[in-house]
Ligand binder design. Sequence first.
Ligand SMILES: [Zn+2]
Length: 335
Amino acid sequence: MKKSILLFIIFMILVFLIPSVFSRSFLFSNAEVKSGTQNNENEKFNIEEPYDYNQHSTIRLLHKADQSVEELPLDTYLLGVVSAEMPANFEQEALNAQALVARTYTLYTIINSSKHENADICDDSACCQAWLSKEDRLAKWEENLRDENWSKIEKAVNTTKGKVITYEGNIIDAFFHSNSGGLTETPAGVWGGTNYPYLQSVETAGEDAYSQYSSEVILTKEELKNKIMESHPDLILDYNAENPIEITEYTESNRVKTIRIGNINLSGVEIRNLIGLRSTNFTFKIDGENIVFSVIGYGHGVGMSQTGADSMAKNGSNYEEIVKHFYTGVEIVNI
Ligand SMILES: [Zn+2]
């Protein structure tokens, strides 16, 4: 009698265990290691395999401010992302493109990243993706625009419902930024490492019409020296020397790759962060006691440019054309 109970228990364990082991190895059978990342969950999901959309239908969102974790349906979460990441007065097709990019970025992050222990993604744009609650979002808009703006956001998420961007069957790492300055950047140009075939440098017309296109940062000679010394205390900078500051290397898309300041070589990304430039596409001039940095574009420049998307939409492109312009050789598929 005892033996038959034991056999029954073993049988039940096998019934439950085998499918879960099988389905996991099946789902991730096309695992591929993403270069340049340190996490242990680098499997890429092949969209052509049977896929249970419900597996990721609930997002565990980490609120950075108070470290709380909120569970939200995927598309409800995306309303908060699209409304936080792109101005609502942008064209509907640009907002649609943003919703598709945000859904793709979200699923890619869940599958590939292990940045947060008890959450899938956080609401910090510097870490994952910006997000605002509907209440906070509405409060930041003029009262007479609230209904119209929110319905544009809802339309963007609903129009692209269930759609993601893939390259050769895999969900892409859908980087995006504010303004490319007319030419997007490759990942290697910003972070080093490997380039992805779908993140090429592409040109977009009309980005110079936006306020994000050009900006200036002016520092005194002393201020610049102090900023650099915060992370390079061994800096020797004599402004009377010949070429005290010099851009020594450019990326493929003509952004600053390396700049020499005195005896220190800095990457474009490092100086951008140190002195708060909007992008690494800059020139400088020494003007009396000041150093004037003139900057083109806003953001890292990789993937979709939001103002580029809006400019394309104004010229008649739909969201699929916009997405396929910024991500080379991709497909938009239903999951
Ligand atoms: Zn994060």
